[in-house]
Design a protein around this ligand. Structure first.
Ligand code: SAM
Ligand code: SF4
Length: 331
């Protein structure tokens, strides 16, 4: 087992498999992103070794993210490889977070690899607004992807970044749309990650407390005890039977129950999303064909996991912001 200095067991790994993406969401990337040279990335074989080592050390849940994980070349080979850990009973869940653009193509393959749930990020159901917020994305393609995922038997959860003055007016339409398709919906507070050009991040901030208050004007909300060890809190909507999540890293402190670590596509391990500190796993991975140096490096990194993060919007400037992009660490 991997236990950190604050007695938290690390059972959840998020791995970013690419920093690239076919969208340029305004809160995530600048329009002209420079991406890493391919040789910096872990190969698919290295990703397999890395994840398999974490699983051997006690990780039970693996989430693949990015960038956009489904634009990584041959990524299905990796997913198919991870299936063996599900079959062996060493892994409880294999899942991913995606923008949905490639789901029409890959939904069935993902299901066949043992994936049962996907998170799809979608901030608006308006085609023009979708093009505006993703800069490069096309809504119909994503909607077809979501339908393909449901058709393939995947459970879909929608992730929506709550953006002031952008999707406030779609709170009910998004909720009803998701309910009609049997999908849960989670709202995410915008976080101060990376240099994204001249977008006004503080202006984008829409408090989830307000989202909740507005939902309560139309639905009966009940707090659910569900905990994933992460920053999400859930309520049930009596009228739709849906679960609505709120991810509030800024206004709530969830760090004490944190069970997760993240690895970037270059093999850096971040033991806290909101802190700069990281350790390199690529060198130990490449140093030896055996996994002993990698195991040692993972244990050493977990021993440095900080107690919590320092995001804070309460001052004029965004305090505690971290310089890397979300697409680097993986959301
Ligand atoms: N490309 C995939 C996607 O969009 O789902 C996976 C990676 S993306 C970085 C993961 C999640 O992070 C998405 O739900 C996205 O909306 C969210 N995200 C990106 N930048 C964010 C920010 N600055 N604040 C809050 N959420 C952010
Ligand atoms: Fe790409 Fe996801 Fe970032 Fe949007 S949020 S730019 S889809 S990585």
């Amino acid at each position: 087992m991997l236990i950190d200095p604050f007695a938290r067991a690390i059972s959840y790994l998020r791995v970013s498999v690419t920093d690239r993406c076919d969208f340029r969401c305004v809160y995530c990337m600048s329009e002209n992103m420079t991406f890493l040279p391919k040789k910096e990335l872990l190969t698919l074989e290295e990703l397999d070794r890395l994840c398999s080592t974490f699983i051997r050390l006690g990780v039970r849940k693996l989430r693949i993210t990015g960038g956009e994980p489904l634009v990584r070349r041959d990524i299905m080979t990796f997913f198919k490889g991870m299936r063996r850990h599900l079959e062996a009973g060493d892994l409880d869940e294999l899942t991913l977070t995606t923008n949905g653009s490639q789901l029409e193509r890959f939904a069935q393959d993902l299901f066949d690899a043992g994936v049962r749930r996907v998170n799809v990020s979608l901030d608006t159901l308006d085609e023009d607004k979708f093009a505006e917020v993703t800069r490069w994305g096309r809504l119909p393609q994503v909607l077809r992807g979501i339908d393909a995922a449901l058709q393939a038997g995947l459970k879909v959860k929608i992730n929506t970044v709550a953006l002031k003055g952008f999707n406030e007016d779609e709170l009910f339409s998004l909720t009803e749309w998701a309910a009609a398709k049997g999908m849960d919906l989670t709202f995410i507070e915008v976080m101060p990650m990376g240099d994204i050009g001249n977008e006004d991040r503080i202006g984008q901030y829409w408090s989830l407390q307000d989202v909740r208050t507005q939902l309560a004007t139309r639905y009966s909300l009940s707090d659910l005890p569900d905990r994933t060890g992460g920053p999400a809190r859930y309520v049930g909507l009596q009228e739709t039977g849906q679960r609505i999540g709120f991810i509030t890293p800024l206004s709530h402190n969830f760090c004490e129950s944190c069970n997760r670590v993240r690895v970037t596509c270059t093999g850096e391990i971040y033991t806290c999303l909101g802190q700069e500190g990281s350790s390199d796993l690529r060198a130990p991975l490449r140093a030896s064909e055996g996994d002993a140096p990698l195991e040692d490096a993972i244990r050493a990194a977990i021993a440095l996991k900080p107690k919590g993060h320092d995001f804070d919007y309460s001052r004029q400037d965004v305090e505690g912001r971290v310089s890397r992009h979300m697409s680097h660490t993986g959301g």
